[in-house]
Ligand binder design. Structure first.
Ligand code: MRU
Length: 359
């Protein structure tokens, strides 16, 4: 395949003799430049997630898994075998610190939990050493990385079934290759649908305040030759009323057990508008984004970000000094507005999630 998305990995572990490091696309630079950064420490990973060098729920999850491995490598320089208990104590404190970098996307805590379980299980393996623990964390991070792409392709194939011929597909934010290790969730659905029917097209909301739709979604779709039209965030009603949108597909940061879905701020406005105009609204997400431990969206912690993301554009203040600003990064779309949740196991109605996914 020669498409852009199949040539890049948003985040990837690079192995070296001393263990390796995490290499990721710096998403704060897109579309002006496409650069990779090397992340070598826990602190650098915390900052990369917080400042959104890496972003998008599944990509943040993998960043979390990498960060755990990086910290274990750092601690190897500080502790000897006989100080195993102190090593573990500091390792787990580091895991907690990393987990606090962004609160809403559950994929981060999901991946860190998986890494912690691995370390706990390793206690039962005879001859375990601190170095072997670090190696296990690296191998697991690489495994999760590879699985992410496979999962997204399954989501794409299931999702392509609900895309009508020649459809106009509206999406919000970026749930593409660059929000995952590769291929994407909502844009994975677009990619799989486009492979079967190249008359479909995408309408991408710009996604204020950070502009992921304008900067990242249009970037990756144009590179892949998939037709895309850029909308400002208030335009969806116009396009729906004029019958240019046949279906909405968005990603998710956390889905509660009842199907309520947190995604980028502005998503619920699109869903409410879609309901009004009778346009089906779908969420595409891996099972790792579904948090069955919380009953409804009321329990989802919404990240509040710096007010400068709203008041300053391209380095210039765009509003009066003294204006009040609240900058929630996500909102929750009510389950009643969601036609289906597209996962790697199939498409479920919000009310089916608990029954189908609880093991
Ligand atoms: O703040 P971001 O850019 O990390 O928010 C990203 C989104 O809201 C995505 O839609 C979501 O994480 C799904 S990505 C497959």
């Amino acid at each position: 395949m020669s498409e852009f998305h199949s040539k890049i990995k948003t985040i990837e572990w690079h192995k070296t003799n001393d263990g390796g490091c995490s290499v990721m696309v710096d998403q704060t630079k897109i579309p002006h430049s496409f650069e990779y950064v090397e992340i070598k420490t826990l602190k650098e990973m915390y900052d990369a997630i917080k400042t959104m060098i890496v972003r998008g729920a599944p990509a943040i999850g993998i960043a979390g898994a990498h960060g755990c491995a990086l910290f274990a490598l750092e601690l190897l320089k500080k502790y000897r075998e006989e100080n195993g208990a102190e090593f573990l104590k500091e390792l787990y404190e580091g895991f907690e610190y990393l987990n606090s970098s962004r609160p809403t996307a559950v994929n981060l805590s999901w991946a860190i939990k998986k890494q912690k379980e691995l370390v706990e299980d390793s206690k039962n393996i005879p001859g375990m050493t601190l170095r072997k623990i670090a190696e296990l964390l690296i191998e697991n991070a690489i495994k999760l990385e590879n699985e992410d792409i496979e999962i997204n392709k399954k989501i794409g194939d299931f999702g392509a079934e609900i895309i009508p011929k020649g459809a106009g597909i509206l999406t919000h934010c970026n749930a593409g290759a660059l929000a995952t290790v590769g291929y994407g969730t909502a844009l994975g659905v677009v990619r799989s649908a486009f492979a079967k029917d190249n008359t479909i097209q995408v309408f991408a909301d710009e996604t204020r305040p950070r502009g992921q739709g304008a900067k990242i979604t249009t970037f990756e779709l144009v590179k892949d030759g998939i037709p895309v039209t850029l909308l400002t965030d208030g335009m969806c009603s116009y396009f729906m009323k004029n019958k240019m949108i046949d279906v909405v597909v968005v990603g998710a940061d956390r889905i509660a057990a009842n199907g309520d879905t947190a995604n980028k701020i502005g998503t619920s406005t699109v869903a409410i508008t879609a309901k009004y105009y009778g346009v089906p609204f779908y969420v595409a997400a891996p099972k790792s984004t579904i948090d069955l431990s919380i009953k409804s969206g009321d329990d989802i912690v919404i990240e509040l970000r710096d007010e400068e993301e709203v008041t300053v554009v391209n380095g210039k203040r765009i509003c009066a000094e003294g204006v009040k600003v609240i900058n929630p990064s996500f909102d929750v779309t009510d389950n009643a507005l969601i036609a289906g949740i597209i996962t790697e196991d199939g498409i479920f109605k919000p009310e089916e999630l608990k029954e189908k996914l609880q093991k």
